[in-house]
Design a protein around this ligand. Structure first.
Ligand code: CA
Ligand code: CA
Ligand code: CA
Length: 214
């Protein structure tokens, strides 16, 4: 049992069947706990397009009060141009905390198998603390989802950011940018997190969307 933080992540990633990974449709519910990196990410499997992931972050009293700060899922993106992931109610998602979303490569045969691709804190537009990932970065990194395949998608609360051995993978100059992997650690595989954010918190005067979507 983990209590406080609920979220539903709208994900449009897969449009075909006949594969074990990431064509679960339409909804995937976190099973036990999704891990925090590419080696323990939860595999999303099934048939049909995946439209939503439901999960929880927060304190686990049954696990000694440890805090689960991030969840990562392995999904298949079939049509990169249609990729969208969001916790914002405008896109069918929901969360009761200030979310961040992250996308990584999943390429286990390479020396750096979990390279960062995209990250966002607050959806472009500036009215929401919820997050939005689209196929391409909005900063000057030129990053984007280039080809169909397996990818890792992760959710964390602000300001818990992904790390490689080189440091932070993303440079979030503006909270509303969809960032490419332009941080000092951006050329290396994700291995951990900054861990900042034991509990969700709101920032500024933006309205905090509440409730959990259907
Ligand atoms: Ca987790
Ligand atoms: Ca946010
Ligand atoms: Ca950036």
């Amino acid at each position: 049992m983990r209590i406080p933080i609920g979220c539903a992540l709208t994900v449009v990633v897969a449009t075909m069947s006949d594969t074990r990974v990431a064509t679960a449709g339409p909804e995937w519910v976190e099973n036990d706990d999704a891990g925090s990196n590419g080696s323990n990410a939860q595999i999303v499997f099934g048939n049909g397009p995946l439209t939503k992931i439901r999960g929880r972050l927060g304190v686990s009293p049954l696990q000694g009060g440890t805090v689960d700060r991030e969840d990562m899922y392995l999904v298949r993106i079939v049509d990169p141009a249609r990729f969208l992931a969001s916790t914002d109610v405008s896109f069918g998602g929901s969360a009761d905390f200030d979310t961040q979303l992250w996308l990584f490569n999943f390429d286990p045969i390479r020396p750096n198998p979990f390279l960062g691709i995209l990250g966002n804190d607050d959806a472009p537009g500036g009215e929401s603390l919820q997050s939005l990932l689209l196929p391409n970065a909005t900063d000057k990194s030129g990053a984007g989802v280039q080809s169909p395949g397996l990818y890792l998608i992760a959710i964390s609360a602000f300001d818990n950011d992904p790390l490689s051995e080189g440091g932070e993978i993303y440079e979030q100059v503006d909270p509303t940018e969809i960032s490419g992997p332009d941080g000092p650690g951006g050329t290396l595989s994700q291995i951990s997190w900054t861990g900042n954010s034991p509990a969700p918190r709101a920032r500024g005067s933006s309205r905090r969307p509440s409730g959990r979507s259907a």
